[in-house]
Design a protein around this ligand. Structure first.
Ligand code: HAM
Length: 411
């Protein structure tokens, strides 16, 4: 026998049994964004590699080692999108969205690709739901976005949530802090592994993200940007905090929260779910006031977040479920054609109707009706009237076939 294929490492199939839980996540997001005035945007699954190198940052793990990059037939380097913010900033600039009322509020949902080591909750192709507001530096935007993500996760019932909140200041104020941190890391260089040492000059803040114990203990004593926030950055952050307090949203201040992307300025945040273990981040984001300029636009402040759909589903421990049927039409062999037209009619009337397609006997069909969670069954076991059965009570009575739709729709 020929060898069979499997889905590539770190990827997965979304099977029909998973569809209902997924659809609920998508629907909840769609409704939430609609109410909040966010419009849907979709960008391509791949972009010029340079967009991510410049947007996400050369010193990040994502750009250094996690991108699916290849040359197209024309010799151009393209990359499967590892995240959505740089592409959306690109689209904002490309389509002159600065001419629209600001901030432009956009949301998206779709697949993203990172060549990470696969483990529970970490995939090479995964789905994100995200939101970006481009064109405002108001702390109201930061707070509103955190409230939106909080509402999304709570409406879906994600348990054991923790919100970590920090601020990275802006590069102008960060310069002093950066030198201070660089000096600190140089002082303790001997304790740091090579990859951390190599990134000290490029971006010393990356060291806060390191997972090894040696770096962690060095970073536990490092000064944080939060300790050094001053002037307008400090005011901005104080306002974000006050707005969250007023909204009744709990958070933990965390000066070590740097996140895995280099475009952040000022507010950063991350929602974690304890239940997820090592990959506990369900969603996160922050402000990126300089990204649009970095990509060739005029100075345009912006802020956003993204949540992982698979992490949300894992946190919910979603049980596979099928959407229950309103009615199952069971039929004796010579009645099957009538059954098909009745099912078609019921579906036109808006009901979820199903019939047997596997040649089961009436008894087997009733079992199937039970299995698919049908509330009622219509039984066509002979010419003439049908039987209408309430699947919960077991009550059964005769009904003219012509009256079935009216009876079941109440119309
Ligand atoms: P991120 O934190 O890299 O941010 O990703 C957001 C979420 O995507 C994570 O919290 C996690 O739930 C999910 N995620 C990331 N990588 C994986 C993976 N390998 N497998 C499964 N899920 C994953 C961003 O991507 C930013 N673009 C967010 C943002 C928007 N910041 C500003 N605007």
């Amino acid at each position: 026998m020929a060898a069979r294929f499997q889905a590539p490492r770190g990827t997965f199939d979304i099977l029909p049994a998973d569809a209902a839980a997924r659809a609920r996540v998508e629907e909840t997001a769609r409704e939430l964004f609609d109410r909040a005035g966010y419009a849907r945007i979709e960008t391509p699954a791949f972009e010029e590699t340079e967009l991510f190198a410049r947007g996400v940052g050369e010193a990040t793990d994502i750009v250094r080692k996690e991108m699916f990059t290849f040359e197209d037939m024309g010799g151009r380097s393209v990359t499967l999108r590892p995240e959505g913010t740089a592409p959306i900033a690109r689209a904002y600039l490309e389509h002159g969205m600065h001419r629209l009322a600001q901030p432009v509020r956009l949301w998206y949902m779709g697949p993203f690709f990172r060549h990470e080591r696969p483990q529970a909750g970490r995939f090479r192709q995964f789905n994100q739901i995200g939101a970006e507001a481009i064109g405002s530096e108001s702390p109201l935007v930061d707070a509103e976005q955190i409230m939106l993500l909080d509402e999304l996760l709570r409406t879906l019932g994600v348990p054991e949530l923790r919100l970590r909140l920090g601020s990275l200041g802006s590069p102008r104020t960060r310069a002093d802090y950066r030198s201070e941190l660089t000096a600190y890391l140089r002082e303790r260089e001997g304790e740091l592994p090579r990859d951390v040492r190599e990134r000290i000059d490029e971006n010393p803040l990356r060291a806060f993200d390191a997972k090894d114990d040696a770096t962690r203990s060095v970073m536990a004593e490092a000064p944080t940007m939060l300790d050094r926030l001053a002037g307008e950055d400090a005011e901005h952050f104080a306002t974000v905090r006050r707005l969250l307090d007023q909204a009744g949203i709990d958070y933990e201040l965390d000066g070590r929260l740097v996140r895995g992307l280099d475009y952040y300025t000022r507010t950063v945040f991350e929602f974690e779910c304890e239940r997820l273990g090592a990959q506990s981040g369900v969603g996160g984001g922050g402000r990126y006031d300089l990204l649009l300029e970095e990509l060739g636009g005029s100075p345009t402040p912006a802020s956003g977040w993204a949540a992982g759909v698979e992490r949300i589903l894992l946190a919910l421990d979603a049980e596979a479920e099928e959407s229950p049927r309103d009615v199952f039409v069971a039929a004796a062999d010579e009645q099957r054609e009538r059954a098909l037209s009745l099912v078609a009619e019921l579906r036109r009337a808006g009901l979820r109707a199903e019939l047997d397609l596997a040649g089961r006997g009436i008894k087997g069909q009733m079992k199937q009706a039970d299995r698919v969670g049908a509330a009622r069954a219509v039984i066509l076991d002979a010419e003439g009237p049908a039987k209408l059965r309430d699947m919960h009570s077991g009550e059964q009575r005769e009904i003219e076939v012509a009256r079935v739709v009216e009876e079941l729709t109440g119309r």
